[in-house]
Design a protein around this ligand. Sequence first.
Ligand code: AMP
Ligand code: MG
Length: 489
Amino acid sequence: MSTTASPTAEGWRFDNSYARLPAPFHSRVDPTPVPSPRLLVFNRDLALVLGLDPDRLDQAEAAPLFTGNRLPEGAEPIAQAYAGHQYGNLTRLGDGRAILLGEHLTPSGQRVDLQLKGPGPTPYSRRGDGRAAVGPMLREYLISEAMHHLGIPTTRSLAVASTGEPVFRERPLPGAVLTRVAASHIRVGTFELFAALGDHDSLRTLVDYTLRRHFPDRVDLPNPGLALLEGVCIRQATLIAHWMRVGFVHGVMNTDNMALSGETIDYGPCAFLDAYDPGTVFSSIDHQGRYAFGRQPSIASWNLARFSEALLPMIDSNPESAVEQATGVLEGFTGRFRSEWLRLFRGKIGLTTEEPEDAVLIEDLLEAMRGAGADFTRTFRGLDPAGTPSISPSGIPEAWYTRWRDRLGRQPSTPDEAAACKARHNPAVIPRNHGVETVLSEASDHGNLSPFQELLAALRNPYEDPTTPTPLLDPPAPGTPRCRTFCGT
Ligand code: AMP
Ligand code: MG
């Protein structure tokens, strides 16, 4: 997977390996032109990482590029075919409102997908319009960049451009296109499509392609299907543990929204916890709480079970033996997630050594926080062994502090080292729901992007205490009803 072509004047260097895969993998489709493209946000830092010329791209003449009106040189637009379990039910899907322009090679040799989200209908659009609105696209831009700066694997956002055309949802909304940069868009659902069709040739091609692209060190293992399953389980265990560390709720963990690369993908009704409660759900359509904060590890495990089912014919021609081998790998996910979670939560309370009772100490803290409705981010960030918990608004009992202080006393690290460890694991700044809603409605309803830009800037250094007070970063006032977020389709 390499190309020798030199970059274009704007810096593009495409090599479209997915487009070269056989017909069932995708459909060739062009973006539908829009009347008046206008650049709303452009990610100069990301452009530099990609080897693009930000001065050429961050201006009015570039807007047509970021809506699909003009294609970058070397692009070969396709919509990708996939299926997916949505709220538990398998459905045939595909890029209904996204078009992959191709794979760009960065100066450091990375291969990244460049995808437009909202560029008009594709053969997989079903009854949808293939379009997206300004608010949800700015939301994905903001939250994905926040996740990136939090140090969590994620797709990123290069630009959002408005189209000059309304999209019709509950009410007409201004339309927009997001340019998304991802390690790839291969999902659990991509495998489920070919498994459901009984197309084992395509399944084999996909296993081989995905191993080469994302797990080059596993290409030569004796059982490619099993090697892929294990590689994906390892990355998902790490990813979900990090979501739990920062209080991130993905909101729609359907199998088509789980990327094999291990990146967080598809920011729809996602949000960060304010008050800690594992039952927290933000999505307006998740009535059963299937994708609640605390269920994310078990849902990940459920999705990986669907992935392993799709892989069974690749693992062993004897179905029973295939199931046995896959089950062994899947069981490893739970243990791996648990140890990754414990490692990160030890860090959150400043522990630099391991003791068997640490998990109980952490769980007792979480239980006290839940009982008190304590703010997840503030409580961890503010935990201070020298503090005066009796006047702490977080409701953590003195007895817990005593146990914690004793535990800290049994490790060799100095108090400063423990505090530094805590500061690395606990962000001071997260995108608060009320702040996100405020800046998005200013942008979408009033065309004012300044609050969005301010919030975006504040999210760039999440592990440092902000120097100026920014009300948008504060926890919501007590008694504020929980925000609801909508899929934005
Ligand atoms: P999502 O909820 O964004 O993960 O999307 C789930 C599926 O619905 C994907 O196959 C999307 O391509 C499709 N979809 C979502 N919104 C639209 C839309 N406005 N037009 C066409 N397809 C859509
Ligand atoms: Mg999706």
